[in-house]
Design a protein around this ligand. Structure first.
Ligand SMILES: [Fe+2]
Length: 209
């Protein structure tokens, strides 16, 4: 099995923008995308809160500090509800492990509470989270609140993660890890000046309270 680093390096060498494509057949990829499309209008699947949530994170759209080890990642998305409406007054707690799979349990490194503007879109600069033994797929935790809507606790995963062995549509069930394949997002990889960067889009669909 290739390591995450090998997969990323292969993609950079090939100049592939869709890192997930490197290990997925066209049929698999199409099926995976169609699953995502079918999800439109359905509430985002829930996941466990986990033991590492901390209240009180600052509103910080750039969790990556210059010189941070770890692969730069931009996460963006829209927040809507099952009626297809943009949602106002959204707040998103996001927390994740650092590049070696450790959470900051004393302070607020790789933790933020975003105040989403009226356009219902968010953008966050961070790094790809590392793996840790208890939950061996890379993930980012989310808790989303908005007036008139149910609180949503979920997680974003990465299609390029070696955990999914190139087939997240099938392997998301491995070890009961992921509640739904739509939480596993395609990873776009860009070779920017200086340093390559990964991006994922993680849209959120809330249920009315
Ligand atoms: Fe976690």
């Amino acid at each position: 099995m290739k390591t995450r680093r090998q997969i990323l390096e292969d993609c950079i060498v090939r100049g592939s923008l869709l890192a997930g494509v490197a290990t997925m057949s066209q049929t698999q990829l199409l099926a995976f995308w169609q699953q995502g499309e079918a999800q439109a209008g359905k509430p985002t699947s829930t996941e466990v809160l986990g033991p590492f949530f901390r209240k009180g994170a600052p509103n910080n759209t750039n969790m990556r500090v210059s010189g941070d080890p770890g692969f730069p990642l931009r996460v963006s998305g829209q927040v809507s509800n099952t009626k297809g409406q943009k949602v106002q007054g959204v707040k998103i707690d996001i927390w994740q492990a650092d590049h070696v799979g450790l959470y900051d349990v004393q302070g607020y490194r790789y933790r933020t509470k975003l105040d989403v503007e009226s356009a219902s879109e968010y953008v966050l600069e961070t790094i790809l989270p590392g793996h840790y033994d208890d939950r061996p797929a890379q993930h980012i935790h989310y808790m989303i609140t908005a007036p008139g809507h149910k609180t949503l606790i979920t997680q974003a995963y990465f299609a390029t993660d070696p955990f999914f062995e190139g087939d997240p549509a099938k392997n998301y069930k491995k070890r009961g890890m992921v509640s739904s394949p739509e939480l596993v997002r395609n990873v776009n990889l860009f070779e920017g000046p200086g340093q390559p960067r990964a991006t994922i889009q993680f849209d959120i669909c809330l249920e009315k309270a």
